[in-house]
Structure formats: structure tokens, C-alpha cells
Design a protein around this ligand. Structure first.
Ligand SMILES: Nc1ncnc2c1ncn2[C@@H]1O[C@H](COP(=O)(O)OP(=O)(O)O)[C@@H](O)[C@H]1O
Ligand SMILES: [Mg+2]
Length: 355
């Protein structure tokens, strides 16, 4: 059954996928290949892996750890081991390491060693180039996938939060990840407008590091900056300002120091980048066709990705745009839940995948 746009109706999508006699020999998986976190969904099982997109390599460039284990080594490595985030800036900075990471992650979830990966749906940032798309597809095929489908991150996020993307109604999705912020307007199974800004949570961490170095002569690491951002960071003043104790190296005398810091410091540190994100949203609204703008006025802006958790970011966007802003339920898993839904209903979602 399909409607006049050639899109199968949700009714036919609800039918359970046909079970084959030899299905136990195969696994079908969906991957959210994020710049900060990689998540894997397995057909019929749900989310089976959620780990940082990091690989630790030895001197021969052989991976010695992937995900959580590699993250623990991050910034604490020695000469013989280095950690790499292959997707750091929203682009695939290192194809080879990215492929090793995908392999390592898939290996972690393959309970049945004999099972072959049949179908793989991979979500990629909408800003990546054709060459990078090709590389992701090749990596998935090298990792053994028989059929590979790519889907754009905002589309997967929209599906993950339960929007009916086939509807002739406009929805604005803002996904704030580690390396990029993806802003998109979706209607009729397609992306009407998309902007990928190479600015996300990583940049906010860098801002915090630079701020404390410049204003407090204190050198802190990336992990400490991340902790400050998540615990006391905010985009707009908080009803009750927060404080915490942090550790770093004093740049004047070079010794380790403990410092008392406030949410005001953290907000000031990130203000410029946060404003750039908000400005990109207002610019995208200006580019949206009027009929779709009217839909967004009714439905509001949907925030997904880990950056959506920055305190009072929704409030700041709401005040700037005068539109309703909603934070997705569990924003860190919205994309993989959408990618998983596509895997479970490939026919229904055929119009949104790039096969
Ligand atoms: N509570 C929080 N407050 C602010 N930022 C957060 C919070 N939790 C996670 N993040 C940030 O979200 C980003 C990761 O989001 P994610 O959607 O997984 O990114 P990606 O899709 O690029 O892998 C990181 O930069 C992380 O610091
Ligand atoms: Mg993401």
C-alpha cells in the first residue's frame, strides 16, 4: 500500500519483517557514527553499543583499544600509544582509523561470531562530502556488510524523536553533536534545507580550556573541560548559579592547583560559540520557505544531540527566535533510535535513504 507520493503507508510498515529459515546466520545493524559517540542498534534487540568515537593505536598504528577503553587512555598516553578521534571535526579526518574504529565497534557487539552482517544502515553528518560518503560505504563493506544504506543525521534524528517525516509538514531539527551542529528543515521525506556548522560540544570544551588559561592562568585538560561544561555550563543565566572545584596546572609556577569556579565563568567562556550556534539557527529560519516557516511556528524547533543538554540552551533559542523549542527525550540516542527504526522498516523509509 502506498500513497500518491509513492510512500508506503505506515500500516504496511508495521508488518513484522519476514523471518527466513537462515536468519540466525545474519545480523542487521544500524550505526550512528558520531564525532563524539558511536552507537549501534541491532535488529530486534535495540541499542547494543554506546561508546566514545576514539581509537588507541600503538607505534605500528595497530588499534589496541576502541571506545570506552580508548577514552580512558585519552590525554594520559605515552610515547608508544596515541589516541585518535577519527571524526573529530565532523569530517572523517583519518579514513583508515575510522575504518578500524567501525570494525572494532562491530566486533564488540558481534555475539555470534559466525553471523554475517547483512544489512547496515549508517547515519552520517549531512555536511560530509561525496568522497567521505563513499569512504564510509567502503568501510562498511570491508567490515563485511552485504547491503549498506546511508542516511543523513537530521533525518535520522527526526525519525528517532517520532516525527512522521513523510508528511507534507515542515519540521526543524537542530542536532548539536561533538564536532558539528546540523540544522535542517524536513518535509515530505526530504531535507528542504540543511546547514552543517563545524561547531559543537568540542569547541565549547576548547573555549573553557582557553578561558581558564587566559583569565586564571590555569591549564586544564579536555576531560576536565567537558566535566565543567556538563555539570555547571549554561547558555543563559541560571535561576541558581552553580559552582564546583576543579583541578589543573598553575601556569605561573607550574604546579598542580585546585580552583573554585562558577557557572558564570563557564557561560562567559562559551558565550561566543553558543551565540554562533544560535545565529546559525536564526539564519536557517530566514532561508526556510514561508509555508514551512508557518509549520515551524506551530510545532517549534526540536533539539537533539548531546549539546541539547547544555543548560538553558533551549531558553536562549526560545528568547532569540520567539519560537517554541523542545529538547528531545534522551537527545544522545535520538539519532541511533531513528537509524534503527529505518533498519526495522527499510521499505517504509526507502525514500529517505541513499542506497
Ligand atoms: N549535559 C551536557 N551538557 C552539555 N553538553 C553535553 C552534555 N552531555 C553531553 N554533551 C556534549 O554532547 C556532545 C556529544 O553529543 P553526541 O550527540 O553524542 O555527538 P556526536 O553525534 O557528534 O557523536 C559532546 O560534545 C558532549 O560534551
Ligand atoms: Mg550525532
Amino acid at each position: 500500500m502506498s500513497d500518491r507520493f509513492g510512500i508506503p503507508s505506515p500500516k504496511s510498515a508495521k508488518k513484522p519483517p519476514k523471518k527466513g529459515l537462515f536468519d540466525f546466520l545474519y545480523t542487521d545493524i544500524a550505526i550512528d557514527l558520531g564525532t563524539a559517540n558511536t552507537l549501534i542498534y541491532s535488529r530486534g534487540e535495540g541499542i547494543v553499543l554506546n561508546e566514545p568515537s576514539i581509537v588507541a593505536l600503538n607505534q605500528q598504528d595497530t588499534p589496541v583499544a576502541t571506545g570506552h577503553e580508548a577514552r580512558l587512555m585519552h590525554e594520559k598516553t605515552h610515547r608508544k600509544i596515541r589516541t585518535v578521534r577519527p571524526l573529530r571535526d565532523g569530517v572523517i579526518a583519518d579514513f583508515e582509523v575510522a575504518e578500524q574504529m567501525i570494525r572494532g565497534m562491530i566486533k564488540k557487539v558481534k555475539m555470534k561470531w559466525y553471523a554475517q552482517t547483512r544489512q547496515m544502515v549508517i547515519c552520517v553528518p549531512s555536511g560530509i562530502t561525496e568522497v567521505e560518503r563513499r569512504a564510509v560505504r567502503d568501510s562498511a563493506e570491508h567490515a563485511g556488510a552485504k547491503e549498506v544504506h546511508l542516511v543523513d543525521e537530521p533525518m535520522a534524528a527526526a525519525i528517532g524523536i517520532g516525527l512522521d517525516v513523510h508528511e507534507p509538514v515542515g519540521n526543524m531539527i537542530v542536532d548539536i553533536g561533538g564536532g558539528t551542529t546540523e540544522i535542517a528543515v524536513i518535509a515530505l521525506s526530504g531535507i528542504v534545507y540543511a546547514q552543517s556548522v563545524r561547531l559543537g560540544g568540542d569547541e565549547l570544551n576548547d573555549d573553557i580550556i582557553n578561558y581558564f588559561r587566559r583569565n586564571h592562568n590555569l591549564l586544564i585538560g579536555e576531560r576536565t573541560a567537558e566535566k565543567i561544561k556538563c555539570e555547571i555550563g549554561s547558555a543563559a543565566p541560571l535561576d541558581e548559579e552553580l559552582e564546583m572545584i576543579t583541578k589543573g596546572r598553575d601556569l605561573v609556577n607550574g604546579v598542580p592547583r585546585t580552583r573554585h569556579i562558577t557557572s558564570k565563568d563557564a557561560r562567559e567562556a562559551m558565550a561566543e560559540s553558543v551565540n554562533t550556534i544560535v545565529e546559525s539557527i536564526t539564519k536557517s529560519l530566514e532561508q526556510t520557505p514561508p509555508e514551512l516557516s508557518a509549520d515551524i511556528l506551530d510545532r517549534g524547533i526540536m533539539l537533539t544531540g548531546g549539546g541539547a543538554l547544555l543548560k538553558n540552551l533551549d531558553k536562549l533559542i526560545m528568547e532569540t527566535t520567539d519560537l517554541p523549542v523542545h529538547i528531545a527525550e534522551d537527545p544522545l540516542t535520538a539519532v541511533v533510535r531513528g537509524t534503527g527504526a529505518i533498519l526495522e522498516n527499510l521499505e517504509y523509509y526507502r525514500p529517505v535513504i541513499d542506497s
